[in-house]
Design a protein around this ligand. Structure first.
Ligand code: URP
Ligand code: ZN
Length: 492
């Protein structure tokens, strides 16, 4: 309870405070970087505080957690190299209401250890970020040594790994995925799975290439939904064999979502992620004059308008646990490390197979989805913040507003805003385009607050946080994942 003599570092007055479970008009007192109190609206008006923020009429939520952000990665997917590093990527994140990101530490295939990859990513991120951050490790070579290091990952606060069922340099065989899942089960790690059938994709690509169908739009043709839903089904089956929790990342196909829902209904620990590109873009966005469609090349690809409805439904009915950006920015106008590296003299419209896969989106994730008005504010908080925190072992430090427990990470929205058009010039990433150029939004974060410090103040300075303020956050095991007994092969 608030006592008149209490003093705060910051007080947020009279906002409509939304958590994943509750909505109400409250004041929030912040002290030493933590949520100190939630009190009846305007009851903290006279409290001693260094800063008072009037949020009257606006939504106040736990800061966004974007659990799928590719930053400062080397050329993993062909020639493309990340346009954003930890500095520019997290600067962009805070301008869009995100207070914590989870990026990736990719193990090169030729490397037998995971720890070097983790060291390198931590070194790149250290003193460079505007927001708090953590890392998933990409396992491209599950050697004995790599698997034995899962326990060390946990000690170092990393409780998730990602594996790929596609991309030549990353694709694991089913038996390798089983190795990862078994070790992950033992060490309390959640396995993220990129579920596309790489062999079928390679075959489809050859079919298209042999017919000289090379333009960006054929990226979608090369990846029919069946390629995603088959891999999703296989990933679920492999997870079921081991009894290990899995998270299917960036789901674009409603057929895959159906398969996931069925598994969830059957009680399997299967979680799923989708992304804004699968509710705002369609395959038409890849069918643009010249090479323009390359801007929207990502994997899995955007699908059709009716498929978007299936993805919204999956968000509304809880099939999707989280909504991340899969921010993976490549320059468009760059022939060395960007999208245009896929253009050659004999293929002036590029060859889709060489277009670096990925789109920027860490900054637009929250405003686009909130503006769409398709999720209730509580569901929005659940998939944008609370569930990512629970799934990846950040809860309740992050993703909640629990007095004395949660970090004071907030995003505060405007009471009302005149709709405006997104332009790339207004964004804070380091890439030369946004797939959402010209799109209307009716909301944008007014303030972003991390551990009690205002880092984004849209009306007064924009980015007001400092590079290096962000901290590495050690994660525990997933809140969705209980302790499991040793796996027993004899039970089959
Ligand atoms: O096209 C995508 N999704 N690029 C990012 C890499 C990945 O697979 O997450
Ligand atoms: Zn992926």
């Amino acid at each position: 309870m608030f006592v008149g003599t209490d003093s705060f570092d910051c007080v947020v007055i009279d906002g409509t405070v939304v958590t994943a479970v509750d909505t109400g008009r409250y004041d929030i007192g912040i002290k030493d970087g933590k949520i100190a109190i939630l009190a009846p609206a305007r009851s903290l008006l006279s409290a001693k505080t260094s800063r008072l923020i009037d949020a009257e009429g606006g939504l106040v939520m736990p800061g966004g957690i974007d659990a799928h952000v590719h930053l400062a990665e080397p050329e993993l997917f062909g020639k493309g190299r990340s346009a954003d590093d930890f500095e520019s990527g997290t600067r962009s994140a805070i301008a869009g209401g995100t207070t914590t990101i989870i990026a990736f530490a990719p193990q090169p295939r030729a490397e037998s250890s995971l720890l070097k990859a983790l060291d390198e990513a931590q070194e790149k991120a250290k003193d460079s970020t505007y927001c708090d951050y953590s890392l998933h490790v990409i396992v491209a070579n599950p050697t004995r040594q790599a698997l034995s290091e899962f326990a060390t990952l946990r000690e170092r606060g990393v409780s998730s790994v990602k594996v790929y069922m596609t991309y030549e340099v990353l694709q694991l065989r089913d038996s390798q995925i089983l190795d990862v899942l078994l070790q992950a089960r033992t060490d309390g790690i959640t396995t993220m799975i990129h579920a596309e059938n790489g062999d079928v994709l390679a075959w489809m690509t050859e079919q298209l290439e042999s017919r000289l169908l090379l333009a960006p739009k054929y990226h979608v043709t090369s990846r029919p939904q069946i390629l995603e839903s088959e891999a999703t089904n296989r990933a679920i089956s492999l997870g079921q064999l081991i009894g290990a929790p899995i998270l299917i990342v960036h789901v674009s196909s409603p057929a895959a979502a159906e398969t996931i829902r069925k598994a969830q209904t059957n009680g399997l620990p299967v979680y799923a992620e989708t992304c804004p590109q699968y509710v705002f873009l369609t395959r038409e966005d890849l069918d643009q004059p010249g090479f323009e469609g390359a801007k929207c090349v990502c994997a899995p690809p955007p699908r059709d308008t009716q498929d978007q409805e299936g993805i919204w439904r999956g968000l509304q009915n809880g099939t999707f646990t989280i909504l991340s950006s899969d921010h993976c920015a490549f320059y468009y106008n760059n022939a060395e490390i960007g999208k245009k590296s896929a253009i050659t003299e004999d293929a002036p419209l590029g060859r889709f197979r060489y277009i670096p896969n990925g789109c920027p989106g860490v900054e637009t994730r929250m405003p686009l989805i909130l503006s769409a008005g398709r999720l209730t504010p509580q569901k929005f908080v659940e998939v944008m913040s609370t569930n990512p925190a629970k799934l990846y072992g950040l809860y309740p430090q992050k993703g909640a507003l629990i007095p004395g427990v949660s970090d004071a990470d907030l995003v505060i929205w405007y009471p009302q805003m005149a709709p405006f058009h997104i332009t790339n010039a207004s964004l804070h990433h380091n890439v030369d385009y946004t797939p959402y150029e010209g799109r209307h939004v009716s909301q944008w974060p007014r303030y972003t607050i991390i551990r009690g410090e205002v880092v984004w103040d849209r009306d007064s300075g924009g980015i007001v946080g400092q590079k290096g303020y962000g901290q590495f956050v050690k994660r525990t095991r997933s809140a969705f994942c209980e302790d499991l007994p040793a796996w027993d092969v004899e039970k089959f």
